[in-house]
Design a protein around this ligand. Structure first.
Ligand code: KG4
Ligand code: ZN
Length: 335
């Protein structure tokens, strides 16, 4: 079975083809960041309009790259939620309509399930069961995964998601949208010993996270820096570094705890923030130090993409699941 996957939940249009015979045959992502940058964040209406412009050309591109025609596709998968309703509607309506026109089955995929399964596209892929840390712009969740579809939430953020905290702190530091990668680049030049930010909720038991206080801490530190008369790039970089270290340490502490509590050895990281280099390095060391192993998708499959949707959809379609013609995008949808 070959499945065409479509991702349009936010500001990236992603399309890919996954099949038993070809694996990940082709994938392409078009990012709208330039459009939203001047507004400092995603403008939902502009996102929907741009998905309308880009999705069909990307489908043609990916079919060409894979050397396939419409007749070679056996199923359609599209992100049905969670995400921006207008953006979800574009991919869902297009995916469902193409499936109808091509007379093949269709399935709506949960965006976070896509992220969660993305590491299975890599070699070596983790075996089940594992603990997954999902860290994106909208979610920070620890999930125990027994098999595809068997998920138990172990803990999540009580306020901002890790990616959201990166983006808000980046904004405070005057960095352009999207802030996470820009903050990570600035942090490279930062002195890790100058400031120490808290590691929220690590001094009490449990697997919940709280990241909203860190951006306030960053804001207060920036005010101190400015009132002391120092308004240098170095000072900003030092704050970025202290912020990044605090987020990374917090995630590492909770992931180790989740493995210890669940008795599992494999940890899977997914979602946009798992593209962060310092997080990948430090998590790998910390998990290996307790005899475990950490798995990540390649950076391009950490952030939003069509490959993860094609793969999750392929899995579910092969299991016989189908979405009827009356498709239903779900802007809020728990895993
Ligand atoms: O998974 P994703 O592409 O979209 C959502 O489902 O939200 O994640 C986007 C988030 C953004 O908050 C972005 O700033 C963050 O992931 N991000 C990063 C990095 N790359 C993306 N955060 C820190 N370091 C990075 N290298
Ligand atoms: Zn995502």
């Amino acid at each position: 079975m070959r499945v065409l996957g479509i991702e349009t939940s936010c500001d990236e249009t992603g399309v890919a083809i996954y099949g038993d015979d070809m694996g990940l045959a082709a994938h392409a992502v078009y990012s709208q960041t330039e459009i939203h940058a001047e507004y400092g964040g995603v403008v939902p209406e502009l996102a929907s309009r741009d998905h309308i412009r880009k999705t069909l050309p990307l489908i043609h591109q990916v079919l060409d790259e894979a050397g396939l025609g419409a007749n070679d596709i056996d199923g359609l998968a599209y992100t049905a939620g969670p995400g921006l309703i207008g953006a979800l509607l574009v991919g869902s309506a297009l995916g469902r309509s193409l499936a109808w026109a091509w007379d093949v089955p269709a399935i709506g995929v949960h965006h976070m399930e896509g992220h969660l399964l993305a590491p299975l596209l890599e070699d070596p892929a983790p075996d089940f069961p594992f603990v997954a840390l999902l860290v994106s712009g909208g979610h920070t969740q620890l999930v125990e995964v027994q098999a595809v579809g068997q998920y138990r939430l172990l803990g999540e953020s009580v306020d901002d998601a890790a990616g959201e905290a990166f983006d808000k702190t980046a904004k405070i530091l005057g960095l352009p949208y999207p802030g996470g990668p820009a903050l990570a680049r600035l942090a490279e030049q930062g002195d890790p010993t100058r400031y120490r930010f808290p590691r929220p909720m690590t001094d009490r038991p449990g697997l919940e996270f709280s990241f909203s206080g860190l951006k306030t801490f960053a804001l207060n530190t920036l005010h101190q820096l400015q009132t002391s008369g120092e308004d240098s790039t170095q000072g900003y970089a030092d704050i970025a570094r202290a912020f990044e270290d605090a987020v990374v340490d917090t995630l590492v502490i909770k992931c180790r705890r989740a493995l210890q509590h669940s008795g599992l050895q494999r940890l899977v990281l997914a979602g946009g923030v798992s593209a962060n280099c310092r997080l990948r390095e430090r998590m790998t060391e910390a998990i290996e130090a307790i005899g475990g192993r950490a798995f990540f998708p390649r950076p391009a499959l950490c952030t939003d993409n069509g490959a993860m949707i094609a793969y999750a959809g392929w899995y579910r379609l092969k299991a016989g699941q189908r979405e009827p013609l009356a498709f239903r995008p779900r802007p809020r949808w728990s895993l």
